[in-house]
Write a protein that binds this ligand. Structure first.
Ligand code: UGA
Length: 434
């Protein structure tokens, strides 16, 4: 089919590339000219394993196009995917400004019947709002169907997830429109779940809120384990064997970050508040997560007392491995707190240095290897569990650091390995090695 995708962020670009890969003709539209030019040259504006290769392959095959021109982008489209951002407003609710702009662009440029698919995460009721706006604004006689098709991709593995997802959720008022979207997605071979529009919108928020709850829950258990002498990894393994609980998303750490969980949990509490429902559980999940980000800082203060004048290494800056995304990354808060305490900070990330420079305080010194960050450091914060960081031999900390004191926010090392070295090691929900 002929498809247009508006917005080439993580969701839009991956969707566009993947749809072209299964044989559709796809035009990705973005207002950012530099970005579009880059993509035309085969350069992906985001770091996402496997994405650039797939992008180049499908562009060369003549199935994938990039433009800033809405008229051109919409002229032959049978289906338009909306994948623009829904940033957080000050009160935590979702800002629909970009979606409203796409609606205006569609109305201005489309003169044929169309299915509009909303991929962006939007509050319950937004798809119907989009339908109303379109019906008001499109030319006489043009029929627009709106379908909710929320996204469940994880950054860092979004290409893999597209072809191996657990489900594709399609919410529609008319079964014909839902059938078209099902047909488009058929080659992915992923199970399809069809429902009404509002339920589809809610599935997205409820899924992210549930996963965030799982993380805050295990982090609370970790904090208790740490004090009681239990080991959270064993506890999580033992819990996870119960199929009703499942072993995934039970990794204790310094909390969740990224563009989705923090934003979507806040938005859902706001959606609930709008109908006078106090979503107490989710509010606690958010509070636990905020506290958890500062966990290593508290450990360091307890260990050293005074931190001023010390030198720290920060390993890993991205909010999680395999991405250059720095949104809501724990490293931002931690670097700020270290600097406020008078600590000199050297930071390293395998991929996210450029994005990090824009959001990390400038007094942080960026270095180009773990060795440079660790050289002469009094202590290290391990913030992101990149494979490269997990593979740093424990002996290297002894060799490079002034004093090998490790605070590991992602439980990268097995305690039995750490015990073989003269290292002081503090992790999450496990006993310190002193
Ligand atoms: C998340 C969801 O997993 C996707 O299904 C969803 O599509 C996406 O949000 C979205 O709404 O667009 P993502 O934010 O890319 O995906 O990353 P996750 O892999 O889910 O990790 C989120 C955060 O939770 C990371 O900071 C990670 O370090 C943390 N996490 C994850 C833990 O602390 N413990 C865990 O056990 C798992």
């Amino acid at each position: 089919m002929n498809i247009s995708v508006v917005g080439t962020g993580y969701v839009g670009l991956v969707t566009g590339v993947a749809l072209s890969h299964i044989g559709h003709t796809v035009t990705c539209i973005d207002i950012d000219e530099m970005k579009v030019e880059k993509m035309r040259q085969g350069i992906s504006p985001i770091f996402e394993p496997g994405l650039e290769e797939l992008m180049v392959e499908n562009t060369e095959a003549g199935r994938l196009f990039f433009t800033t021109d809405h008229l051109k982008g919409f002229s032959k489209a049978e289906v338009v995917y909306i994948a623009v951002g829904t940033p957080e407003k000050e009160d935590g609710s979702a800002n629909l400004m970009y979606i409203e702009q796409v609606v205006k662009d569609i109305a201005a440029h489309v003169d044929h019947d169309l299915i509009v698919v909303v991929k962006s995460t939007v509050p319950v009721g937004t798809n119907h709002y989009v339908k109303e706006l379109l019906d008001d604004q499109v030319r006489e006689g043009v029929r627009i169907d709106v379908v909710s098709n929320p996204e469940f991709l994880r950054e860092g593995s979004s290409v893999y997830d597209t072809f191996n997802g657990d489900r594709i959720v399609i919410g529609a008022d008319h079964s014909e429109a839902a059938d078209v979207i099902e047909e488009i997605n058929k080659p992915f071979g992923v199970p399809v779940f069809k429902t009404d529009i509002k339920s589809a919108e809610m599935i997205k928020y409820a899924s992210n809120a549930f996963l965030a709850t799982k993380i805050s829950f295990i982090n609370e258990i970790a904090n208790i384990c740490g004090k009681l002498g239990a080991d959270v990894e064993s506890v999580a393994n033992g819990m996870g064997m119960d199929k009703r609980i499942g072993s995934m998303f039970l990794n204790a750490g310094i909390g969740y970050g990224g563009s989705c969980f923090p934003k979507d949990t806040k938005a859902l509490t706001q959606i609930a508040a709008n109908i006078d429902h106090d979503f107490e559980l989710l509010k606690s999940v958010i509070k636990v997560n905020n506290n958890q980000q500062a966990f290593m800082m508290n450990q360091a203060k307890e260990r050293f007392g005074e931190l001023a004048g010390k030198q720290a290494a920060v390993l890993g800056l991205a909010f999680k491995p395999n991405t250059d995304d720095m949104r809501e990354a724990a490293s931002i808060v931690l670097c700020e707190q270290l600097l406020n305490q008078g600590v000199a900070v050297k930071a390293y990330d395998p991929v996210a240095m450029d994005t990090a420079r824009k959001v990390i305080p400038e007094d942080v010194q960026f270095v180009s290897s773990p060795e440079e960050a660790l050289k002469e450091a009094d202590f290290v914060f391990i913030v992101t569990e990149w494979q490269e960081i997990q593979e740093i031999p424990l002996a290297s900390y002894i060799k490079w650091m002034k004093t090998p004191v490790l605070f590991d926010g992602r439980n990268c090392y097995a305690l039995k390995e750490v015990r073989k070295h003269s290292i002081e090691y503090h992790s999450i929900g496990r006993q310190p090695v002193l």
